[in-house]
Design a protein around this ligand. Structure first.
Ligand code: FAD
Ligand code: SF4
Length: 508
């Protein structure tokens, strides 16, 4: 980095802000302004990370540098292997400010409270711009919460549908006469076996190959597989993936949203979370592409819009409303570390082994695997919610703090006591049996809670309900679960408790 005279604006672009039209570029003048991109070791190492995740971030950032160059924007890019790289945002920003003496340094609000705090405390203050990638700004969400002190996703989702007019008719009513089509959605494959369309293959170019080799060398001990980086890295690849999803997988997205099949990581899911979270795609263009395809049935469209316009915006709003206290929430008092099997996949539990295998191989598992296999087992065991989040941040290509923390600590672990989910997503092996083909080939029996072939999910499920009776039995949405627990006599509950203790001991 060498000084080329005084700059007007130095625009910092963080790794999850790869949008040439973001608010950080408003008023950008290619003759007087420049961009700073940094690959810093601190961010690559503050949590040990899946090799594919690291490769995805670095390759995306380097391709974005090229795209900015093609737009005539000057970029100062600090790569991780640059000998002058000091390894942290604070020192790299100071180095650039010293070299270029900008009148103003601009950045978009970060997606991680920890990074936002770092930037807020810099000696030379930054201009921090609001991120219009999201359809509900932080201040609008705060106003929404002020009007809805006990918010639930459904209320927020309807508010967003009305505000944007998406899937609304001209009388202000939801298209199709209903806000959701759950009766048609969330089916298992059962005896049907629809062909699962393959994803578009993404070829690695020279930049991606260079990054892959760098990660393999420098982060050789990190978890996860890294052979090909078969991910949508460039904006063009992200658009190709979006179009492929809309044509080939979206029509059955809603129907099989909650289904699982052994050895099938992607099913009818979009695999768009990575490009969305790195801002390669905007949520608006993703929904517009979906809405344009007239062949897509309403149940699939609504199911998809609910995820993007509802859940994605909602969890971000909750994150910024409740941080930093949110990270410490742990209403169930869970304290175990993350079990070793989550890093290796070495377990006889077929469902868990499969979901962990997908994670190791692809840095991806779909929503129901994350919630009802990986997350569920950790919650039933009693793993500390923040530890589950840390593991998730390590292992998934799409994990950014705002979306991982809320989904893991909140939705999947019930650490926040119901801010995100109105009840814990607690279920036994019978749920997994209904939604997948795992159990029929597993050495455990999902219907059994005691004995050598009892399913660990089922044992831990009953134990979880019994253990948290005081807190959870008054939750109306858990009434049936507690009625079923009450059918068990004291000796059965005692045997379940003993077996659950053994499972916990074997895991830690
Ligand atoms: C324990 C747990 C951890 C999660 N961590 C992350 C994470 O780190 N990053 C992340 O992007 N998503 C996370 N999610 C949400 C969701 O599981 C992923 O967005 C989804 O699996 C990504 O795959 P996909 O793109 O194929 O999604 P699809 O099933 O095709 O869904 C379409 C899109 O909807 C959005 N979406 C769906 N559900 C959610 C949700 N609950 N919160 C936010 N956005 C949602 C995503 O942008 C996704 O790409 C997590 C969910 C759970 C239960
Ligand atoms: S029996 Fe239990 S452990 Fe085995 S696949 Fe089914 S739910 Fe998973």
């Amino acid at each position: 980095m060498s000084s080329k005279g005084r700059l007007r604006h130095l625009v910092i672009v963080l790794g999850d802000q790869l949008d040439a039209n973001s608010a950080a570029f408003d008023g950008f003048d290619p003759h007087r302004d420049a961009v700073l991109q940094m690959e810093v070791l601190e961010e690559a190492a503050y949590i040990v990370q899946h090799k594919l995740r690291l490769a995805y971030f670095f390759a995306s950032m380097r391709h974005f540098r090229e795209e900015l160059g093609a737009l005539g924007r000057r970029v100062y890019y600090v790569s991780i292997d640059d000998p002058a790289n000091t390894g942290a945002f604070e020192t790299e920003i100071a180095r650039a400010q010293h070299a270029f003496d900008p009148e103003r340094t601009i950045v978009l609000e970060p997606g991680d409270w920890r990074v936002a705090e770092k930037l807020r405390r810099l000696p030379q203050p930054l201009e921090i711009r609001s991120d219009r990638h999201f359809l509900c700004s932080r201040s609008e969400f705060a106003a929404f919460i002020a009007d809805h002190p006990r918010p639930i996703l459904e209320t927020f989702y309807r508010y967003m549908r009305k505000k944007t007019g998406i899937l609304m008719d001209r009388y202000g009513k939801p298209i199709g006469g209903a806000w959701n089509f759950d009766a048609e959605n969330r089916k298992s494959f059962g005896k049907s076996s629809p062909a699962i369309p393959s994803l578009p293959a993404q070829k690695m170019d020279a930049i991606t190959i260079e990054v892959r080799d760098l990660v393999l060398k420098r982060f050789a001990e990190n978890p996860g597989k890294l052979e090909d980086v078969d991910l949508p890295i460039t904006r063009a690849q992200a658009i190709e993936q979006l179009n492929d999803f809309v044509s080939n997988r979206l029509p059955l997205f809603g129907t099989y949203q909650d289904a699982m099949r052994n050895g099938e990581p992607f099913l009818f899911h979009s695999r768009l979370s990575g490009p969305l979270n790195l801002h390669r795609l905007s949520p608006t263009e993703v929904m517009e592409a979906a809405l344009k395809n007239e062949a897509v049935p309403l149940n699939a469209l609504e199911g998809f819009v609910r995820q993007i316009l509802g859940w994605r915006e909602y969890v971000r709003g909750v994150y910024w409303q409740r941080m930093p206290q949110y990270a410490d929430e742990n209403v169930l008092g869970a304290h175990l570390p993350m079990p070793r099997i989550y890093w290796t996949g070495e377990t006889e539990m077929r469902c868990l082994a499969d979901a962990i295998a997908h994670t190791i191989e692809h840095a991806y598992a779909h929503h129901i695997e994350r919630l009802m296999i990986l997350g569920l087992f950790a919650m039933l065991l009693g793993v500390a919610p923040y530890e589950v989040h840390r593991w998730h941040m390590s292992m998934f290509w799409d994990a950014i703090d705002w979306v991982s923390l809320t989904n893991t600590l909140g939705m999947s672990q019930y650490g926040d006591g119901g801010a995100l989910a109105t009840k814990p997503y607690a279920a036994s092996g019978n749920y997994i049996d209904r939604m997948s083909d795992h159990c029929r080939n597993c050495r455990f029996d999902p219907s059994k809670s005691i004995g050598e072939d009892a399913c660990p999910f089922t044992t831990l499920y009953w134990n979880f309900l019994a253990k948290h009776r005081t807190r959870l039995s008054s939750n109306g949405r858990m009434r049936n679960q507690y009625l079923n627990l009450d059918r068990k006599d004291a000796s059965e509950l005692q045997a379940i408790r003993r077996q659950a203790d053994k499972i916990v001991t074997s895991m830690v």
